[in-house]
Every structure is written in C-alpha cells, then in structure tokens.
Ligand binder design. Structure first.
Ligand SMILES: [Zn+2]
Length: 117
C-alpha cells in the first residue's frame, strides 16, 4: 500500500540517509585523525592527558548518535515499504503531517512519544 504521504517522505528519508552515510564516512576519517593527534599529544606532554580523554569520548558519542539516527531512518523506510509509515506504532493513529515534516523518522504520535520519553 502506498499513500501520498509516504511517497513524499520516502524521498526525504532516502536523501537524509545518504547525507548521514556521507557524514559518517567523513567522521570515521576525522576520528582517526583525532586519535592520531591525541596519541601525538600524549607522547609530547604527559600532563595534558585530560584533553586526550575528552577527544575520545566526543568521538564515541557522535558515532552512537548517528548510528541511532541511521537506525531510525531505516526503520522509517521499512514502514514506508509495508504501508504503515505515518501511523503511530503504539496507538495506530495517523501522525500529523506537520510532525512528520519536522521529524520524518517519527514513529509515534506526540501523546505516545511523551509517554515513552
Ligand atoms: Zn500514538
């Protein structure tokens, strides 16, 4: 089943997905550079160890957030494919288009999302 609303958002989700993949690819290169720079710094100044730890933490957090975002996009695309896109996964009501425009990966209506969070 294909509805006009899922046609609209499928294109948007696909472009979000390719943007995100490109960003993750750039970031992986960036993470390696930061690690190299941190290792460099550690060899040069042992008393500067706090900076190095912060760099590593930041890299891990960014990676997790974007991996979660990719998962949400893939889940939304699966809902487009099976015809359930735009319906709240909890109560089954139609999610308002305005909410989907703001967040195409939204899988719950505002009321159900508030209960989950
Ligand atoms: Zn709901």
């Amino acid at each position: 089943m294909s509805t006009p609303i899922s046609d609209t958002f499928e294109a948007q989700l696909r472009s979000m997905r390719s943007d995100l993949l490109a960003r993750l690819q750039t970031q992986r290169g960036g993470t390696r550079s930061r690690a190299d720079a941190a290792a460099d710094k550690r060899e040069r100044a042992d008393d500067d160890g706090l900076d190095r730890d912060e760099s590593f933490d930041l890299g891990a957090v960014l990676g997790e957030r974007e991996t979660a975002e990719l998962g949400a996009i893939d889940a939304a695309l699966r809902r487009v494919a099976d015809g359930s896109y735009g319906l709240c996964v909890t109560c089954g009501t139609q999610i308002p288009a305005a909410r989907l425009h703001a967040q195409p990966t939204a899988e719950r209506c505002v009321g159900c999302q508030a209960r989950v969070e």
